[in-house]
Design a protein around this ligand. Sequence first.
Ligand SMILES: *[C@@H]1O[C@H](CO)[C@@H](O)[C@H](O)[C@H]1NC(C)=O
Ligand SMILES: *[C@@H]1O[C@H](CO)[C@@H](O)[C@H](O)[C@H]1NC(C)=O
Ligand SMILES: *[C@@H]1O[C@H](CO)[C@@H](O)[C@H](O)[C@H]1NC(C)=O
Length: 484
Amino acid sequence: MIRYAAGALSVLALSILAVAAHGRHHLLKLPAETRRFFSAADDDSEGTRWAVLFAGSNGYWNYRHQADVCHAYQILKKGGLKDENIIVFMYDDIANNSENPRPGVIINNPHGDDVYQGVPKDYVGDTVNAENFYAVILGNKTAVKGGSGKVVDSGPNDHIFIYYTDHGGPGILGTPAGPYIYANDLNDVLKQKHAAGTYKSLVFYLEACESGSIFEGLLPEGLNIYATTAANAVENSWGTYCPGDSPSPPPEYDTCLGDLYSIAWMEDSDVHNLRTETLKQQYELVKKRTANDNGEYGSHVMQYGDVKLNTDSLYLYIGTDPANDNFTFAVDNSLLPSSQAVNQRDADLLHFWHKFRKAAEGSDRKVEAQIQLAEAVAHRAHVDNSIKLICKFLFGIEKSHEVMNFIQPTGKPLVEDWSCIKTMVRTFEARCGALSQYGMKHMRAFANICNQGVEIEAMTEASAQACTTFPSNPWSSLHRGFSA
Ligand SMILES: *[C@@H]1O[C@H](CO)[C@@H](O)[C@H](O)[C@H]1NC(C)=O
Ligand SMILES: *[C@@H]1O[C@H](CO)[C@@H](O)[C@H](O)[C@H]1NC(C)=O
Ligand SMILES: *[C@@H]1O[C@H](CO)[C@@H](O)[C@H](O)[C@H]1NC(C)=O
């Protein structure tokens, strides 16, 4: 009995050695789940690279966000990631837009090639929404509505890269149609993903106004997540390659082609061997380019979460283009041309203005551009005035400005009670119309209304008094639905 067992063991050992000599990958054929569990022992200890790319806007005046995401896809694709592991959210109204001077083509740099070619259309149109974003990150196929159904079906040894670009505001990120992405919901999703044990580490690159507020005081250490954001919690982020900038887009483009932080990380990734460049090196470079020294524009790139992960190579997350194998990262070969920039929130006005100026005198196009510009300006004034008035009603004329703009100390989240902020947004929008892209900037006021313990009844009454007639223009929340 004992001899038999010993003999069997040595036979087993011999056969393992024999198979091992043929290469470890053929050692055993295991079901996917089990393979993932053991994959730490593989030669390829990097696991699978997954990526989620999300452009949060639509409309030709927001060309740049979808251009950014298309460019990011090309980097990942050249880096060796497979389409089955890259999930793209883009509204997809740019390439064929009647305003697009190069039909079927999207560029992300004045001299850039087409970045639209080959981009998978996993989630387009109204499927580009917060719920699908969460379901995709969590790898929950049954929770996804519409789209390709592709999700991050990752295992414990895998690396995940998430890149989001759009407008945002304190505590929120935009989506093209539905409710905003709220910081607490997004961080809850990341915590759930961590609890599920389905990644080794995760890198999140985030471009939006006030993007620091998405993680500030909300993303804890210990989740193996490293995040960088285009801006801190209290400032704008910036569009770039805008009409009138230097360098400016080709003259036929009346819209910005990219965003400052996004362009900085992508144009760096385009040219280097990413095996030799760390996340930290890229962070330093992107920070420098995005801050832009001169103070008139630019923002502070921030790091959150497990900052020690920034010693990892970029290769671990986004692969590397073999054509760049000889271009090792070094600070002195990374000096990029500085570019001018336009405040994210003014880029739409800039588009309508250039469209108006260029259109022939007396043309339909001139009239259309004039109406668009006038409506956008009127909407801004309406949103600004109604929120100011509501805060005056709630806090008194003397205190209202201070309360509206109160900034939490560093390290504290915008608000404790996130369900309150959502209720306040709906209450406002029911009486005053949609906050829309521009109105995102006022989320701090809504947060402080909650921080001050204002009752919902008081908010309802103040909103009704401030907005006596419901706006009937395209910005009405009746047409657009609520932002919360
Ligand atoms: C854009 O136009 C091309 C050519 O007409 C067509 O094949 C493609 O499906 C269109 N794409 C979208 C997103 O409408
Ligand atoms: C996936 O989503 C469905 C529908 O929202 C939900 O019922 C289910 O609990 C989720 N599964 C997991 C593993 O979270
Ligand atoms: C890198 O340099 C080596 C040696 O000069 C050369 O053989 C190789 O083709 C180069 N690789 C690329 C991708 O240019």
